[in-house]
Design a protein around this ligand. Structure first.
Ligand code: PAF
Length: 308
C-alpha cells in the first residue's frame, strides 16, 4: 500500500494510474477508522482497479468551539486497517499542504447545509464541500463512497457533484452498528459508560419510528413526537433536532411519502451524536433505503467499536 503525504505526490501518482487506464475509487475519511469506514472500502472495490482512501482531519469543518484538537487520531492503526482491507493508496496530507494559509475560495451548497446539523454548526458543510472538492481534484476518483450515518452530508455532496459537474459516481454505505445498536462513529470514543448506555436511545427511538411507519403511520408530527418522547426519557441527553425530511432537498415533510430521512441529533455531555433511518415509503410498502430510495438491508451489528 502506498502512503502519499503531499498533494503533489498524490496528484502525480493518480495521473500515472489514470493514464494506464485504471479506474480509481476513493473513500474520504478523517481517520480514527472503525468497521463503518471499512465497509465503505468494500463498497468502493467493485468495478474499480485501485481503491484509495484519504485521511485528513479537516479543520475547515470544525467550528471554533468544536473538537478539532481532541478529535481521535491514530494514523498507524488506520494504515494497518486500510492495508488489511485491501486499500492500495492512502493520501494523508498535512493541513498546511492541503489547505495552504491564504485560501479565499470555498464551496457552499445553498440551503442544504443550513438545516439539521448545519443549524448548530454554521460553516460545517461549507468546510466539508470545500475539502471534498479539493480531494476530488487532487485524487480524481471515478467513484467515491460516503457513509449514510452522515446522511445530510451524503445528500449535500450528491447535490454538489451534480451542480458542479464533478465526473464522479457516488456510492453510499449503510450505517454500521455496534452489537448494542449504537451507530459506529469515531466520536463514540468520547462517551463514558453512562452516556453510552443513554446513547442507545437514538437507535431505539428510530426503530420505534420505523415500526410505526410500517404499521401505517404517515404523520411526520406523530413520528417526531414519538422519537422525542423516547429520547427525553434519558436524563443526560439534550435533543437538538428530530426531523422527517425529503432525501432530495432536506425539506420538512408533513406526511411521509417517497424517500424519507428520519434524522436525530442530540447532545450527550460534551459529545454531539447523530443517527437516522431512511425509508422508501410507497403506498403500503415501507423499506429501508439509501438516499436514492434503493432498498438496503440494514446490516447485522458488528461488535466492538474498534473492530476493523
Ligand atoms: O465524513 C467524513 O469523515 C468527513 O466529513 C469527510 C467526508 C472525510 C470530509 O472531511
Amino acid at each position: 500500500m502506498q502512503v502519499l503525504r503531499t498533494k503533489q505526490e498524490a496528484h502525480a501518482e493518480v495521473e500515472r494510474l489514470r493514464r494506464s487506464g485504471l479506474r480509481l475509487s476513493l473513500v474520504p475519511t478523517m481517520g480514527a477508522l472503525h468497521a463503518g469506514h471499512l465497509s465503505l472500502v468494500r463498497l468502493a472495490a467493485p468495478g474499480c482497479d485501485v481503491v484509495m482512501a484519504s485521511i485528513f482531519v479537516n479543520p475547515l469543518q470544525f467550528g471554533p468551539s468544536e473538537d478539532l484538537e481532541r478529535y481521535p487520531r491514530d494514523l498507524d492503526g488506520d494504515l494497518r486497517k486500510l492495508e488489511a482491507a485491501g486499500v492500495q493508496l492512502v493520501f494523508a496530507p498535512q493541513a498546511q499542504d492541503m489547505l495552504g494559509s491564504d485560501g479565499l475560495t470555498s464551496v457552499q451548497v445553498e440551503r442544504l447545509g443550513d438545516v439539521l446539523c448545519g443549524a448548530r454548526r454554521p460553516g460545517h458543510f461549507r468546510g466539508v464541500a470545500t475539502i471534498v472538492s479539493k480531494l476530488f481534484h487532487v485524487l480524481q476518483p471515478h467513484v467515491a463512497v460516503f457513509g449514510l450515518k452522515d446522511a445530510q452530508q451524503a445528500i449535500l455532496l450528491r447535490r454538489m457533484v451534480r451542480d458542479l459537474d464533478f465526473p464522479v459516481e457516488l456510492r453510499y454505505g449503510p450505517i454500521v452498528r455496534a452489537v448494542d445498536g449504537l451507530a459506529l462513529s469515531s466520536r463514540n470514543a468520547y462517551l463514558d459508560e453512562a452516556e453510552r448506555s443513554e446513547a442507545l436511545l437514538l437507535q431505539r427511538s428510530l426503530a420505534e419510528a420505523r415500526r410505526l411507519v410500517q404499521q401505517g403511520e404517515r404523520r411526520a408530527a406523530e413520528i417526531e413526537r414519538t422519537i422525542r418522547d423516547l429520547l427525553q426519557t434519558g436524563d443526560m441527553l439534550h435533543v437538538d433536532y428530530v426531523a422527517c425530511v425529503d432525501t432530495l432537498d432536506l425539506q420538512p415533510l408533513q406526511e411521509l411519502r417517497g424517500n424519507v430521512l428520519i434524522a436525530v441529533g442530540v447532545q450527550l455531555g460534551d459529545t454531539h451524536l447523530i443517527d437516522n433511518i431512511i425509508l422508501a415509503v410507497r403506498h403500503e410498502s415501507v423499506q429501508d433505503a439509501d438516499i436514492e430510495g434503493r432498498p438496503i438491508t440494514t446490516k447485522p451489528n458488528v461488535g466492538s467499536e474498534s473492530q476493523g
